[in-house]
Design a binder for this molecule. Sequence first.
Ligand SMILES: *Cc1c(COP(=O)(O)O)cnc(C)c1O
Length: 395
Amino acid sequence: MTQNRKSTGTLCVWGGEPIEMAEQATQVPVVHSVSFGYTDVDTWLQVAKGEQPGHIYSRNTNPTVKAFEDKVRLLEGAEAATSAATGMGIISSTLFALLCPGDRVVSVKDTYGGTNKLFTEFLHRYNVDVTLCDTTDHEAIEAAVAGGCRLLYLESPTNPTVKVVDIARLAAAGKRAGAIVVVDNTFATPVNQNPLELGADLVLHSATKYLGGHADALGGVVCGKNEWIEAVYHYREINGATLDPMAAYLLLRGIKTLHLRIRQQNQSALAVARFLESHPAVEQVFYPGLDSHPGHDIAAGQMRGFGGMLSFMLKENSLDAVRRLLPRLRYAHAAANLGAVETIVGPPATTSHVECSPQERACMGIPESLVRYSTGIEETADLIADLEQALAVFT
Ligand SMILES: *Cc1c(COP(=O)(O)O)cnc(C)c1O
């Protein structure tokens, strides 16, 4: 499957939509049926064996869920896709499907909190060795991969300090070592970045965030070559972390405006980042679109837009400063989520790094006064004015 980048917006709207729908419906129906009936046992057998298209039981496959998977698959330019009930459902299914005892995983320290827990708490129980490298130390990651590795797991940009890794460079290192290269593309979205084009084998998303975009449905999806997706699908149909058809419908509807939302969020986030960088109450701004960002050149090379996620550190470096700032924001939910149409703010202490102590966060380079800012689709000027009046508490 080749994807013409110019057609991203058209794929958001039309990609994966079944051509023929019951009763001439123009919208993908929400098929709540648990099972699918066959009057002819031979047809049933053929569908069950995968020799003929169709569905048997919705823990395995479902028409609404399939339309969602197809839409994301086309947006990522992939051969195949499979989904799960949540982002963590697809991440854990991918890791447990593809890893065996004795294997080694190489990843970075700044992965999503839940992913990091899989690496530090669970995989070693199954005798899978995990090496976590400094996220921006490309030489260290390459050296770790060259030392032997079954799976290289990357994320870019990362949470919450929006670090950027060179996907093409590290995917090449993974290839040389014979590793499967997996990239979490949640922050960038397929509108801004296509890891498969950069050499990754698998790209996955927490669809809960930008793909759905409305903070009203959980979901996860992974795309890539058939052989890997088959393995992940098989594990997921057995572990049962299946995406619900109603959630699949909400995610499908959300994706229809993905390109419009991302365009707006890219533009607003850059303007907000520049405003914050010039504000006297702000110590530092983390956004890959800023020239001051250490990963700016890499991001410019592999992303078509820098995304809607940024974070900033207040001059007054305490959680108390964050406590005073957040309630003053009129146009932002203070919540543990991101990627929605509304702006969402939160400190890592209550969101991505809730399990860590202040000392641990400090060791990870996460200051207590860091505020993660997920830019919504509000008017840019209103977001900046809102931040300006809220930050006035410090002057
Ligand atoms: C939220 C998130 C996840 C986990 O997704 P859920 O849908 O909450 O399970 C994984 N990766 C990233 C980058 C995320 O932001």
